[in-house]
Design a protein around this ligand. Structure first.
Ligand code: GDP
Ligand code: IMO
Ligand code: MG
Length: 431
């Protein structure tokens, strides 16, 4: 087994950073394949916290290679800042272990301006609650074929030409349609020439690097960002991000064929959170929701926003198993449920008297579903130092069993705290 894809099964923030950091021990190469710095993946190592927005979460292992694939939308200033921060924390990063696809698209200043201006122009209640990082507008330009790629930085003439065309169009939209400030071609050109100088040594053909590594028998770990319900096709559209977040995206977003992926693992928080707008059938706006938010420290790792919290949603989990072709689960934040009694797990939705095992396709229907719950006894014990399944109280084991029954696949890992050591390994996904 040498190629593993790890994805979020819910609305993001499942704990992908922690699990990827942990699994990096068994991998040689770690690859991001979609999204951008809308992601915030938290790593807690030796009591020190680091949040990866753009650089793969394997970076804290000094001897592993990290790659940023073509499917990522790339903000150079965030990348440079992240490298600086790593360096200031005693982890210098050089191009010998971090490479960037020349085919990734650049997030330009006008993408961020458009992201903000579009959200501001929307009426209260109609906003998506984006991270404001320019993600949607950048993917939009990629799809309409106006995008500027990382590789274009190395061709100043082409870069300037594309930039000038884009600025003309974007300034029209910004000033005439969105009542926002224009951007300046020369300012952007100067800023990006400086970026080009710094990024040049990192730019490469990531698909070839992946293929070479695979042929040499190296183990590859593909790190998803966001989560299945934020997928542009399979999520709660339009309250989603602008990329495919599901496991299949690893192939197009990194340049590896589907026959070369060995296994897919889904990360599932033991309850549900969502940051930003959109339907959330099992949301709790009561003391239990507050308990989850406070004990789980549920604040966005990118925007600092308070995350909405609710019961575990089995419909979401079941869909994630199917859409991603999951082989196993990593359950996170089980420790946060201690002290809540009883516990509910949503097993189905009801809409106008009809039961649904899967997420309805129509957003109005999703907004009107009524969750059907299975109620289980809770537990009081602190799980955060527990090392094996046998240590866990029976109620916690029953809760995990209920998750497995819904998913129909085995749990491979159980996380009981943010630290590396706070993990119960049942089965190594790389075996
Ligand atoms: P990601 O975007 O999926 O990587 O997740 P985030 O980093 O945005 O959010 C997950 C948060 O939960 C981070 O603060 C982690 O340090 C923390 N975390 C991860 N696993 C656990 C766990 O098992 N228990 C607790 N209490 N915290 C965890
Ligand atoms: P990680 O990788 C949670 C959400 C935003 C918003 C919607 C669209 O840390 O799990 P965007 O800026 O992408 O256009 O915003 O998607 N969102 C996330 N929510 N975790 C994330 O990433 C997210 N990335 C985007 O809050 O609702
Ligand atoms: Mg996050």
């Amino acid at each position: 087994m040498s190629t593993l894809v790890v994805v979020g099964t819910q609305w993001g923030d499942e704990g992908k950073g922690k699990i990827v950091d942990l699994l990096t021990e068994y991998a040689d190469v770690i690859v991001r394949f979609q999204g951008g710095n809308n992601a915030g993946h938290t790593l807690l190592v030796d009591g020190k916290k680091f949040i990866c927005h753009l650089i793969p979460s394997g970076i804290l292992h000094g001897n592993k290679v990290c790659l940023i694939g073509n499917g990522v939308v790339f903000d150079p200033s965030v990348f440079i800042e992240e490298i600086k921060e790593l360096s200031s924390k005693g982890m210098p990063v050089s191009p010998d272990r971090l490479r960037l696809s020349s085919n990734a698209h650049l997030i330009m200043p006008y993408h961020k301006a458009l992201d903000h201006a579009r959200e501001n122009a929307k009426a209260e209640g109609k906003r998506l609650g984006t991270t404001g990082r320019g993600i949607g507008p950048c993917y939009e330009d990629k799809i309409v074929r106006n995008g500027i790629k990382v590789g274009d930085l190395l061709d100043p003439v082409l870069f300037r030409e594309k930039l000038a065309d884009n600025v003309k169009e974007k300034n029209f939209i910004l000033t005439k349609m969105l009542n926002a400030e224009p951007v300046d071609t020369e300012d952007i050109y100067r800023e990006f020439q400086e970026h080009a100088r710094r990024l040049a040594p990192f730019i490469d053909n990531v698909s070839i690097l992946i293929d070479d590594a695979r042929r040499k028998g190296k183990a590859l770990l593909f790190e998803g960002a966001q989560g299945t319900q934020l997928d542009i096709d399979h999520g709660t559209y339009p309250y989603v991000t602008s990329s495919n977040t599901v496991a299949g995206a690893a192939c197009c977003g990194a340049g590896i064929g589907p026959s070369k992926i060995d296994k897919v693992v889904g990360i599932c928080k033991a309850y549900t959170t969502r940051v930003g707008a959109g339907p959330f059938p099992t949301e709790l706006e009561d003391v239990v929701g507050d308990h989850l938010q406070e004990k789980g420290a549920e604040f966005g790792a990118t925007t600092g926003r308070r995350r909405r919290c609710g019961w575990l949603d089995g419909v979401v989990l079941r869909d994630a198993v199917r859409i991603n072709g999951l082989d196993g689960l990593a359950i996170t934040k089980l420790d946060v449920l201690s002290g809540i009694n009883p516990l509910n797990i949503c097993t189905e939705y009801e809409v106008s008297g009809t039961r649904h095992l899967h997420m309805p396709g129509n957003i109005r229907e999703v907004e009107s579903v009524c969750p059907i719950y299975k109620t289980l006894p809770g537990w009081q014990e602190d799980l955060s130092q527990m090392k094996s399944m046998e240590d866990l109280p029976k109620e916690a084991r029953d809760y995990l069993k209920a998750m497995e029954d819904i998913a129909g696949i085995p749990i491979m890992l159980i996380s009981v705290g943010p630290g590396r050591e706070q993990t119960i390994f049942l089965k190594n996904p790389f075996d």
